[in-house]
Write a protein of this length. Structure first.
Length: 148
């Protein structure tokens, strides 16, 4: 059974967490509307990957730019600054894998349990709190979000 979180302006459904995988990885189903994207950031200790189930996104990895549509796989290695933004008119639905596990703890601390189906009401992120919680979990905020 998954635990669903409203995280920033997205929905994160935890499919496999640290306890289930012995710390090997976290697997989430991630849903977000057009224009959603986190600030440019670096994962100090984990790799991140997406499999796009529906929708599309555009992103950066270091100095490289990339685009991913339905069926695409995106790999974002630890230690390299990256960001992305949802570009599709319909919501993005993607599987997100982080290795090793632990990302679900960041989601739980920064987010809140989903209060119903769908996405949370749009809100402005509390950037100072985001940066503080991110740093505690091994993520450094190094720039603004990407625009459409």
């Amino acid at each position: 059974m998954s635990q669903d979180w409203w995280f920033l302006d997205s929905r994160m459904a935890v499919k496999a967490d640290s306890g289930m995988t012995g710390g090997a990885y976290t697997l989430l189903e991630f849903t977000a509307e057009r224009g959603f994207g986190p600030p440019r950031h670096v994962h100090r200790a984990e790799d991140e990957a997406f499999v796009v189930m529906s929708g599309s996104l555009r992103g950066t990895l270091g100095d490289e730019e990339w685009e991913a549509g339905e069926g695409s796989f995106v790999f974002l290695p630890r230690g390299i600054p990256h960001a992305f933004v949802v570009t599709s008119a319909k919501p993005l639905v993607a599987l997100q894998l982080t290795n090793p596990a632990g990302f679900e703890k960041f989601v739980a601390e920064l987010g809140r349990p989903a209060e119903g189906p769908g996405l949370p009401p749009p809100s402005e992120p509390d950037i100072p709190r985001l940066a503080e919680v991110a740093a505690r979990h091994g993520y450094d905020i190094v720039g603004p979000p990407l625009g459409l």
